[in-house]
Design a protein around this ligand. Sequence first.
Ligand code: HEC
Length: 263
Amino acid sequence: MDPSQDNPIVRFKAFFWALAVFALFGIALGVIALLNRKAPSTLEDVAAVARYENIVAVKSEQAALLSYKEVEPGKTVQVKPADVFAVLGKTLAASKSAAVEKPEQVIPESPTAKALAETAKNAAPVEIVETDANAPIDPAVMEKGKAEYMLCQACHGADGNGVPGLAPPLAGSEWVLGPVENPIRIALRGLTGPIKVKGVDYNLPAPMMAVAHLSDEQLAAVLTYARNSFGNKASAVTPDQVKAFRGEVGAPALQAADLKAPN
Ligand code: HEC
């Protein structure tokens, strides 16, 4: 061969051919992958996409937050870790894919919780059949309610007199004895913020969480029990009455003002 034609391209011709074929193969694979992109169809895929988008959002938020912030011209302070966690916590809470949330496990402040709050606010008033206030209370329901009351007892006390700093009394409470929808909705959604019970103002550090995991029968029984124990006397609560308010489950905790004013 003419030595003037001896250059690396000629000498390693086979190698460069192989390299070109390899690169073309890679590009072809990429094109196939792009053309094959499908919208997620299963719940798992929806959740995976939501998780991925969430990771990206959290990482960019972290990057933006874990830094120094200019509070006024020329004055820069480091962002407090507590503030960072608060914002990240909200992002995480809001990010759970709506498709995989069940009403009983709706994350506070998530889009689902907000949608439920809107629905609950705009919903037509729920019509319930009032129970005859003079009808005798079924002892079997009281037995069942007493068993379920173990849960409430932790905060409201075995005698229903409440626990200082933890929960207000149920004994003689106008919220327990008044319109039946109040205790039902409190049980299904929880209660937060200041509340007056028997003329005493309570502003407890921790809210009451919803106990919506109990069935309609269990809630009816425990509320019937609370309305007819500790010296209380009021109509029984029926599973149908509880069921009528199930649509509110998952909406944010109620405040006293959201309830029907007791007499
Ligand atoms: C983790 C503690 C806790 C548990 C368990 C609990 N509660 Fe409460 N409950 C509270 C707190 C705290 C409040 C006051 C909420 C507020 O407005 O800040 C409250 C308020 C109430 C009220 C309205 C105010 C009153 O005293 O009448 C009712 C009715 C009630 N709870 C019923 C129940 C019933 C029934 C159960 C069981 C199914 C139960 N709670 C379980 C903590 C609890």
